[in-house]
Design a protein around this ligand. Sequence first.
Ligand code: 13P
Ligand code: SF4
Length: 330
Amino acid sequence: MVDNHFRPAGFLNIPAPEGIDLVQAIKELKEEKNAVILAHYYQDSAIQDIADYVGDSLALARWAAKTDADAIVLCGVDFMGETAKILCPDKRVFIPDLNAGCSLADSCPADEFEQFIKQYPDHTVVSYVNTSAAIKVLTDVVVTSSNARPIVESFPPETPLIFAPDRNLGNYINSVTGRNMVLWNGACHVHEQFSLEKILNLKKQYPDALVLAHPECKSVILQVADCIASTSGLLEYASRSDKKTFIVATESGILHEMKKNNPDKEFIPAPPNDSTCACNECNFMKLNTMEKLYNCLKYEIPEIFLDEEVIRKAVKPIQRMLDISEKLGI
Ligand code: 13P
Ligand code: SF4
């Protein structure tokens, strides 16, 4: 199956007018167009600060599903924009830079995945939201890192499951639930990069520090973590904890919200293996800038378009996730 994602242009490469106050201009355009700005915690601080809502993948999907705005500007990566479009096909959905992809989603091409699931015909397909719309079409239920464990646990233990695309999250859920889900061998280039050695050195330097890790990290990192949770779960834990220092093994954009909520606490980004690059930054997430957000609102481009048939099929596993989550009170 081909991916129906249509990319007319990555972004509009026009410089914003000289001397313009981008914050004010974005606010005015947003009002004028009755648009809502949704941002992920991995976005640049300035984008997080101007967004109407900042959240994790689950929260972004929920806000998209219930907004009464005419247009959604999704400041995140393309699968997040696609999810919003699938949930609100009648609304216009924009993303400041359509080149903002996701290495994890890209690690699971739809044609290969279709062949893979054919080998396990009696299995239920559980897919992480970090997938293309074409993968969602092949999926029975979508999950995010906030609800993956309880949704997997909601299936009777004898129900055989396939989990895609993240092998680290899949392994983690297998280990905490005692299940033996068949895993697709995908990973995120940011979360794969954290260095155990450097984290252990930081722990020696800050003996009271707690390690917070996203479940997309490798199991060696998760083994030394005090809290393993989605971005919103890590934020909640950091705020609730009476500890003062935290080593954070996820994309460094989350530190903005962590520091904002806890000005008296110290947050240290976990270092990547390769110290020559800022590998704990998601280069895709960081493609979105305030200038591109301004252009996106002003010129209404780039927009997400999906084939109607894809939307009709892909909405089912996403809606199933939202329904199960609501039923479980997540
Ligand atoms: P969350 O579901 O925690 O927002 O994570 C999304 C993501 O892309 C992690 O890399
Ligand atoms: Fe995808 Fe990884 Fe970036 Fe998250 S951090 S959007 S999983 S590439």
